[in-house]
Write a protein that binds this ligand. Structure first.
Ligand code: SF4
Ligand code: SF4
Length: 447
């Protein structure tokens, strides 16, 4: 794509980066076929190509964001399906990140929108605040339909509906400390416990730590680590995101120097995509660029790390049928597509993949709160495809997807690692069905 930036504009490294991304786009439109918002809304401006044109026009003309740009960029899920499809290697992720930061700094949103965004940025990245807000949401749920009746307050209604009806107890596993390897030690990793996941589903990190310990891996929960910054990053709050990144980089750099780390394990793929991007996010900060690049290089999804270990045969082959939902951040953001399924199959599960696996479930950070109508359409489409595979249980590697899909189906859904831990001697995940009687019997009979 031909661009027309001035030399003065290109002196800004952010604009220079945007320009080099824009120039790679050849307008072919292949990306429109896999873009969930284009597939749902059918509007070119809600496709990757349409958004790229809007962003180009805004940056080239040095304009503040306007209502049209904001409407169509806000509707983007940042699912990155377009990056998987694009034959030209357009780095849409960093382009839309830049557009969102520009919107945040140049566009004055209507007051209700501003207040809701400020509240989300104040609450979601902090475990204590998030837990307290879920308690309040339980009390507020009966009023959801009242908020629904006032268009600018629909996100509040969505928030109340998404909040779980019961909140799990705090888990000691996510407190700072060391979880020593069982038996001979083969490695040492840090685990990122994050913000929302330990509140909504502490069983995930418990399973990951238990499983790693069982395979001889010491696991550190480092004092001071917290939200990866993805939630605020996707809202365009760049400085907040960079602060979160710097804090985690400091914490893990300390661990690298104090005992060494073989990896930084991440059990929410949305966070994994962001931590793997710390090196890029902080590339212009001389005090952090190198440290951030090292942290990003160590970041691994739990399934990537497990694949580097020699795993024993499973202790408990359940024979259950699992439909694996591949989170967008896993398949498009981190390009991890086969590994989770391979691990589940090796652990004795029969694994199925739903049709249209490349299409987002509508969770996408705070998207299901800010764009509830599109998010619900995408969720229902995803659930239809999953239910058509008739699984006993659904597995996914991202808490956002787990929460979103659970709203639309009665089939239990858990994190992949909870199933792997179960198969390797851990407890049965909450809500998981018992193994079919014939299978359980089969595995008790010595062969
Ligand atoms: S990130 Fe997803 S929603 Fe956004 S333009 Fe790309 S495919 Fe469409
Ligand atoms: S597929 Fe890639 S090159 Fe083609 S229009 Fe989309 S972003 Fe541009």
């Amino acid at each position: 794509m031909r661009t027309e930036f001035s030399i003065h504009q290109l002196a800004d490294p952010h604009i220079a980066e945007a320009e080099s991304i824009l120039r790679k786009c050849v307008h072919c439109g292949f990306c429109t076929a896999t873009c969930p918002t284009y597939v749902t809304l059918g509007n070119e401006l809600d496709s990757p190509r349409g958004r790229i044109y809007l962003i180009k026009d805004m940056f080239e003309n040095g304009r503040p964001a306007d209502k049209e740009v904001v409407t169509h960029i806000d509707r983007c899920l940042s699912c990155l399906a377009c990056m998987t499809t694009c034959p030209s290697g357009v780095d849409y992720m960093h382009l839309v990140d830049r557009a969102r930061a520009h919107i945040h700094s140049t566009y004055r949103r209507p007051l209700p929108d501003r207040l809701i965004r400020m509240m989300l940025a104040f609450v979601l990245p902090y475990r204590g605040r998030f837990r307290a807000s879920l308690t309040l949401a339980k009390l507020g749920r009966p009023f959801a339909s009242l908020f629904d009746a006032v268009s600018p307050l629909k996100p509040l209604a969505a928030m109340l509906r998404i909040a779980p009806s019961s909140i799990p107890n705090r888990s000691s596993f996510t407190e700072p400390g060391n979880h020593p390897a069982s038996g001979e030690k083969h490695g040492r990793v840090a685990i990122h416990t994050g913000c929302a996941q330990p509140v909504l589903q502490p069983a995930t990190n418990e399973a990951a730590i238990r499983l790693l310990n069982r395979f001889g891996i010491e696991v550190v929960v480092a004092e001071g680590e917290g939200c990866c910054g993805a939630l605020v990053h996707h809202m365009g709050r760049e400085e907040d995101a960079l602060d979160a990144a710097r804090r985690n980089v400091d914490v893990w750099t300390h661990q690298i120097g104090d005992g060494g780390l073989d990896a930084i394990i991440i059990t929410a793929s949305g966070c994994g995509t962001t931590v793997k991007d710390y090196g890029h996010m902080l590339r212009l900060d001389p005090a952090y660029a190198d440290k951030a690049a090292k942290v990003s290089a160590l970041a691994k999804d739990i399934t990537e790390y497990l694949a580097t270990l020699a795993l024993p045969a499973p202790a408990n082959k359940t024979g259950l049928t699992v439909t694996y939902h591949s989170a967008c951040s896993m398949q498009h953001g981190q390009k991890i597509t086969v590994l989770p399924k391979t691990l589940l199959e090796a652990a004795g599960f029969s694994v199925k993949s739903p049709a249209e696996g490349h299409i987002c479930c509508g969770s996408a950070g705070t998207y299901n709160i800010m764009q509830p109508e599109i998010a619900t359409q995408l969720r229902d489409r995803k659930v239809r495809n999953i239910e058509a595979t008739k699984p006993d249980i659904i597995a996914a590697g991202n808490i956002g997807c787990i929460t979103q899909i659970a709203q639309g189906t009665d089939i239990p859904i858990v994190h992949t690692i909870e199933l792997l831990d179960w198969a390797h001697g851990g407890p049965k995940p909450d809500g998981a069905p018992h193994a079919p009687a014939s299978t359980a019997l089969l595995w008790r009979v010595p062969t």
